[in-house]
Ligand binder design. Structure first.
Ligand SMILES: [Zn+2]
Length: 181
């Protein structure tokens, strides 16, 4: 899934948490937590830059460097980080912040599960993909063969949206925009 979908899903997760939990939050704090949720929803994918640095190119090459093999794409990391913040906080804001860190990051990992993440790491490094047959191979081929930087990323984005996950992503973005406005 591409960044807009992850941002929207993280935002919606924070919205659900702030509206369904009985913590005392001001309207400003609810807005801050929604923004934090949106950022956290996307945050795990910053590890792409680590993968880019490793292959020394702004390209996706899962054979050489798969960013989903990094701890930043493991459920346990975000669960522990979120719970540490939750239990270390004495304020309502801090507690909800911990839950947003945990669950907005998990919204990212759930959406990434279409193509698989290491749900049971560190017990196993196995990926658990639903399927990757949603992806249109012809677009994948186009971006893999493309030498031009802009053409490459154009096909990556088009490939992302011309699939069932792309449709799901658009639905999440529309839902987030409805909630936002
Ligand atoms: Zn990701």
């Amino acid at each position: 899934m591409l960044p807009p979908g992850h941002i929207a899903a993280g935002y919606l997760t924070a919205k659900i948490l702030t509206s369904s939990l009985h913590y005392n939050l001001t309207a400003t704090q609810v807005n801050e937590l929604s923004l934090i949720g949106a950022v956290i929803g996307f945050l795990p994918d910053l590890d792409f830059f680590f993968a880019f640095a490793k292959i020394k190119r702004l390209r996706i090459d899962n054979e050489l460097a798969n960013h989903r093999k990094l701890f930043t794409h493991t459920p346990i990391f975000w669960l522990v980080l979120g719970l540490v913040i939750f239990f270390a906080s004495s304020t309502d804001f801090g507690k909800v912040f911990g839950l947003v860190v945990w669950l907005s990051a998990w919204s990212h990992l759930i959406l990434d599960s279409e193509r698989g993440i290491m749900w049971l790491w560190p017990a196993t490094k196995r990926f658990f993909p639903f399927t990757d047959s949603f992806y249109k191979k012809k677009y994948q081929l186009k971006y893999r063969q493309s030498e031009s930087f802009f053409k490459y990323w154009f096909w990556v984005v088009l490939n992302g949206y011309m699939s069932l996950s792309g449709l799901v992503e658009i639905l999440i973005i529309v839902l987030a925009l409805i909630v936002l406005f």
